[in-house]
Design a binder for this molecule. Structure first.
Ligand SMILES: [Zn+2]
Length: 383
């Protein structure tokens, strides 16, 4: 089995295709500020201003369970409803709290995100409407990767999460220590100190991810990590250091983690990855094939549990038997149960948000991860 995507999960965000965007961040913010001040605006007013709320980096979601596999939707709410929720909870919505995601003439809609973590009554009200704040990673596994629209929605949620998390970690100016304020509808920030006014741009931390291949192109090096899912084997990966090229990062990380010397490094593709650990939220995974000059493995036990050379045949089995559809279904059912308010203890399988993998000796990450595509395009080179 090999699954080919048109693009990686979290890429191909339709709202980031600038030529089609009828608003600039500045004009969108102006229009938003006017809408917020207006009274008696109908929710049918064109264009439709629609907002995706987040709580603790989790987007709001709803779910419909009318097919064999439940399908989730992002919990967009109209600006008018959001204003109403804030008024009901005794506060006034401020345009500064919203982050501009983009707009679409086709949809006649302008898209925003907001972090409502500090508004507990609003959170309670939203969750009483058969909606729930769900980990983006769970939504990622629950998305049908063959459904282009579902994958585009996932990309929009990923962009929103990355922007909101960046706002959370850039509250103060690194230069003078004063507070920062959002500008350009939350796409940038600026120091509020008039004598500083340092502009701050959203941060992206590039990480390299590489499938290391032997000289004969017969075997690939896969690694398992402590604390991750048992039997999950994947590519090596690591962050680039300042002053280092991507190719140098590939060679250094491979050497540090496995003691293997890499020669040629060939670019494959890249993937935005807004679902990494909370401490490092701004990742871009840059994928490579890395051709080994040596074979002997010395595992760095602080980074990896194990690393082994696997034949193409072994790797194909790991791709064949990993039950990605099953893990997608489990995650989709979990989202549905969360939206219906099913208590955690009563929900389907405790770890259904992660790859399932039957009791095969090994399996590799699902098709939402660039690692899957590096591995499968090596294992099935002619597809
Ligand atoms: Zn400053």
């Amino acid at each position: 089995m090999s699954i080919n995507l048109n693009s990686h999960a979290f890429a191909d965000n339709p709202l980031l295709r600038k030529p089609t965007d009828p608003f600039s961040p500045k004009s969108a913010l102006q229009a938003l500020s006017i809408r917020i001040l207006e009274t008696n605006t109908l929710s049918s007013t064109s264009p439709n201003f629609t907002v995706l709320p987040f709580k603790n980096s989790r987007p709001l979601a709803s779910s419909t369970g009318d097919s064999p596999v439940p399908v989730f939707q992002l919990g967009w709410i109209s600006l008018e409803d959001l204003k109403g929720f804030f008024e009901n909870s005794g506060s006034q919505l401020s345009a500064e709290w919203l982050v501009y995601l983009g707009s679409s003439a086709e949809d006649d809609a302008v898209y925003w995100a907001i972090d409502v973590s500090d508004h507990s009554s609003l959170v309670t009200e939203l969750c009483s409407k058969e909606m729930s704040f769900v980990e983006l990673r769970t939504l990622m596994v629950a998305s049908d990767w063959e459904d282009l629209q579902a994958m585009r929605n996932l990309a929009i949620a990923g962009h929103a999460k990355a922007l909101l998390e960046w706002h959370n970690i850039s509250r103060f100016c690194g230069h003078c220590g004063e507070k920062t304020v959002p500008i350009e509808a939350g796409r940038r920030k600026q120091c509020s100190n008039d004598s500083c006014k340092k502009r701050i741009y959203p941060r992206v931390d590039p990480a390299v991810i590489m499938l290391v291949i032997d000289k004969e192109n017969d075997r690939a090096l896969l690694a398992s990590r402590p604390k991750l899912i048992p039997r999950l084997w994947s590519c090596l990966a690591g962050f680039t250091e300042p002053g280092e090229s991507l190719e140098e990062a590939v060679r250094r990380e491979t050497w540090e983690e496995t003691g293997i010397e890499v020669g040629e490094v060939v670019y494959h593709s890249s993937q935005p990855w807004p679902v990494g650990p909370n401490s490092i939220p701004c990742q871009l995974m840059v994928g490579f094939f890395a051709y080994a000059k040596s074979l002997e493995i010395t595992v760095d036990k602080t980074e990896l549990e194990d690393a082994q050379w696997y034949s193409r045949e072994d790797v194909r089995k790991a791709l064949t038997f990993a039950e990605y559809k099953k893990s997608q279904r489990n995650a989709a059912v979990k989202v549905e149960q969360m939206c219906k308010g099913v208590e955690k203890s009563e929900r389907l399988g405790a770890d259904s948000n992660t790859e399932s993998g039957e009791l095969t000796p090994m399996f590799v990450p699902g098709p939402y991860a660039i690692a899957h595509h590096l591995i499968s395009s090596w294992a099935f080179p002619h597809q």
